[in-house]
Ligand binder design. Structure first.
Ligand code: NAD
Ligand code: UD1
Length: 337
């Protein structure tokens, strides 16, 4: 059985879908601070399979002890966390408490229950402004410029030292590039609260009239059209990468890091065009100043995951856009409709 923390969230709900389809037994622990239980219900009806949903917090040690003692859990997929970069700059302590203390409490409960396999949602943000492109796993990490990024690096380092102290642990840190897209059914997708911080959810909300126009954060970067370049990865490909990582660590111990990206870089304007093609909608935009903390370009070298996990992405930019459009047009208000 697998414990999936944050399983009601955007990536977690797509992960749940892949896990249930692969016939895993799953328990979700999610405090619903940034998600809706509707996502879990929809996955259950999509897959015609069930999971156990527990509304609760990863910082609740007693609850974790109860979960580990009542269920025979082999491994943990740890997605729970806060992820808004801007909010983290305003409320750093809240981010440290939720993401770092939360992960610490989870690891302590795992140790007490002798469950020592964990896959962690890390981020390409740990590379900072990369020294080389594409980014390989042995590129140095650097001190992130925002508290959210710091929590990812801190949890990675905590787990690395844990493995050094007790080699019975098996830890996979998956460094996501930019997850986008939605399940091809259109039933689950990304439903940010308030104004979206990330590019594609913003474009999607412009397309259904929830926002007037996109602000393009700068067109004077050293990239092919001057706008920021990123490695967008379909959320279903991303979820499948976790299944492979889970298989890989099933019979191994140690600390493993893999980039999960496509290896391709697309600019903001490439993304606008691709979305317009998929949706048939015009996306009005205006170029504004650069956003503080942004870098010009970031994309993965995904070879390590290909060689070691046998995982490569299957979905292209058009799939990402078509699936985002299907989800947003069928659910203009997200799960709130
Ligand atoms: P999300 O906000 O949709 O999902 C996170 C889930 O965790 C939510 O359902 C939330 O309610 C839950 N949660 C938060 N704090 C919790 C706590 N203390 N106890 C229990 N549940 C809690 O975000 P997502 O995009 O699905 O991201 C999942 C993970 O991947 C996060 O750790 C995030 O930092 C990481 N990540 C996301 C991206 C991205 O672009 N979406 C990129 C890199 C890494
Ligand atoms: C951001 C975070 C990163 C986090 C990731 C996933 C920052 C500085 N970085 O990455 O730490 O891991 O999200 O949550 O916030 N853009 C616009 N207009 C918009 C939104 C974005 O032009 O309204 C541009 C950005 O400048 C960037 C690209 O689109 O060039 C992608 O932005 P975004 O989706 O926010 O992702 P990242 O900045 O890569």
């Amino acid at each position: 059985m697998i414990l999936l923390t944050g399983g009601a969230g955007y990536i977690g709900s797509h992960m749940l879908c892949e896990l249930l389809e692969a016939n895993h037994d799953v328990i979700i622990l999610d405090n619903l601070s940034n998600s809706s239980v509707e996502a879990v219900k929809r996955v259950e009806s999509l897959t015609n399979k069930h999971c156990t949903f527990i509304e609760g917090d990863i910082r609740d040690r007693q609850l974790l002890d109860d979960i580990f003692s009542q269920h025979s859990i082999d491994s943990v997929l740890h997605f729970a966390g806060l992820k808004a970069v801007g909010e983290s700059a305003e409320k750093p302590l809240m981010y440290f408490e939720n993401n770092i203390t939360g992960s610490l409490v989870l690891l302590e409960a795992m140790k007490a229950a002798n469950v020592k396999k964990i896959v962690f949602s890390s981020s390409a943000t740990v590379y900072g402004d990369p020294e080389q492109l594409p980014i390989t796993e042995d590129c140095p990490t650097s001190m992130p410029t925002n508290p959210y990024g710091y929590t990812k690096l801190a949890v990675e380092q905590m787990m690395m030292q844990l493995v050094q102290s007790d080699p019975a642990w098996s830890v996979a840190a998956l460094r996501y590039f930019n997850p986008v897209g939605a399940h091809s059914s259109g039933m689950i997708g990304e439903d940010p609260q308030g104004v979206p911080n990330n590019l594609l959810p913003y474009i999607a909300q412009v397309s259904v009239g929830r926002r007037d126009k996109l602000s393009v954060y700068g067109n004077d970067y050293d990239t092919h059209d001057g706008t920021g370049v990123r490695d967008y990865i379909h959320v279903v490909d991303l979820a499948k990468g976790h299944l492979r990582a889970l298989d890989y660590i099933a019979d191994k111990t140690g600390y493993f890091v893999w980039n999960l990206g496509t290896g391709n870089g697309f600019s903001v304007l490439d993304m606008v065009k691709a979305f317009e093609n998929a949706s048939g909608k015009k996306i009005p935009y205006q170029v504004v100043d650069r956003r503080e903390g942004d870098i010009a370009a970031c994309f993965a070298d995904p070879k390590k995951a290909a060689v070691e996990l046998g995982w490569t992405t299957q979905k292209n930019i058009d799939d990402m856009m078509e699936d985002t459009w299907r989800w947003q047009s069928q659910n203009p208000q997200g799960y709130g409709n």
